[in-house]
Design a protein around this ligand. Structure first.
Ligand code: SF4
Length: 371
């Protein structure tokens, strides 16, 4: 049982807040010192920061707030437009939830964020972490905001021996005890900044850490061993065959995904599904292996394998290309609510996930495609 450092709770928060006053990151969603944060900015940034690093989020955040400066403006946007602004950030269900939540706040709460946890958690896409962050940062109320950075800081500070996957509740309880009685938003952001700038994953910068004097592993080579982690599982592999089809005008065929599931509502190159067994691609009833036929057209399969990493699996992509001409005619009527041909100059208006962008980029080197 770890001995809690009861006398150090105050030292911990005071040291952290003093350090924050001098070293806080300037971020576009943060209010200047002493000013109240805009709840919409806090909310939008926290949703974008889920699974995405700050550096990547900044240009997306700025683009979003220039286009939709407040929650009411976002509520009036078209989902497809939000998706196109979100394209590249990944985890596309976040964009859909953002839109749903904006509509609820605009209609049900007159454009004001609810200030209690239960009402916040009831909103689509807002969970324990995001609601806690909004309460602390946007409303400056006591709230235990725990993310991976904060877990790392506490697991090192207390040299927690159990793997992080098994010590989350323990760390949450410890963190709760450290919450100060004032400056709740600053404290939450100070912990985030400490985890991002000082108590970083590979080489913690203990010598300039405000907690060095009271940290269990501070300054020692042991620091980087924490948090202890369970051995990593190998990522599962999946295989997908994607179709790049040009019509006689040079426009390319895209398919809009359904409104649920991975890459919901995003524009993709058509594919015949992603399989765990590479042989299933060749035996798929949608793709005639012998004739290389799909949509009744003949295809050339490119001799290149492209890999895209998702959180839980690795997708091996193969690409087939075809051009519609007098010898290769599209005789099938495509469902216009799903499929459409898009000229290259208009592709920026599509909601293209990184996977599709990666495939399109890889095709640039095939000059015969005349990009
Ligand atoms: S002293 Fe080192 S290990 Fe401890 S909290 Fe600071 S940076 Fe992290």
């Amino acid at each position: 049982m770890i001995q809690l450092k009861k006398n150090n709770y105050k030292t911990f928060s005071n040291s952290l807040l003093s350090w924050y006053d001098l070293n806080r990151r300037i971020l576009p969603w943060r209010a200047p010192p002493g000013e109240i944060s805009n709840p919409y900015f806090v909310y939008l940034s926290e949703i974008m920061l889920q699974q995405t690093v700050v550096k990547t989020v900044i240009p997306y955040f700025l683009k979003f707030v220039r286009k939709w400066p407040d929650i009411n403006a976002l509520a009036k946007a078209k989902l497809h437009e939000i998706n196109s602004y979100w394209a590249g950030l990944g985890y596309y269900s976040r964009a859909k939830n953002l839109h749903e939540t904006a509509k609820i706040i605009s209609n049900k709460y007159d454009g004001f964020f609810p200030t209690d946890k239960n009402s916040l958690i009831a909103l689509p896409g807002i969970g324990e972490y995001t609601s806690s962050a909004i309460i602390a940062i946007a409303f400056d109320r006591k709230s235990n905001v725990i993310d991976g950075n904060v877990e790392r800081v506490f697991s090192r500070f207390y040299a927690v021996k159990k793997p992080i996957e098994e010590s989350k509740i323990f760390i949450k309880n410890i963190a709760e005890k450290h919450l100060p009685d004032q400056r709740h938003g600053d404290y939450a952001q100070a912990l985030m900044d400490l985890g991002s700038l000082i108590c970083i994953p590979k080489s913690p910068r203990c010598t300039i850490c405000p907690l060095l004097a009271i940290c269990d592993v501070g300054g020692s080579t042991r620091a980087k061993q924490y948090p202890i982690k369970l051995p990593k599982k190998e990522k599962e592999e999946r295989y997908g065959l994607f179709f790049y089809l040009k019509n006689k005008d040079g426009a390319v065929l895209f398919k809009t995904n359904k409104s649920s599931g991975l890459l919901a509502n995003m524009d993709m190159l058509p594919s015949i599904g992603w399989y765990e067994d590479s042989n299933r691609l060749k035996s798929s009833p949608k793709f005639n292996k012998k004739k290389h036929e799909f949509l009744g057209l003949k295809w050339k399969i490119l001799d290149q394998n492209l890999v895209h990493i998702f959180t839980h699996f690795k997708l091996n992509c193969t690409v087939a290309i075809a051009t519609i001409n007098d010898e290769n005619e599209l005789l099938i009527d495509l469902d216009k609510s799903i499929y459409r041909f898009v000229q290259k100059k208009n592709m920026n208006d599509l909601a293209l996930p990184s996977l599709t962008k990666k495939i399109l980029n890889s095709l640039k080197k095939h000059e015969s495609l005349n990009f």
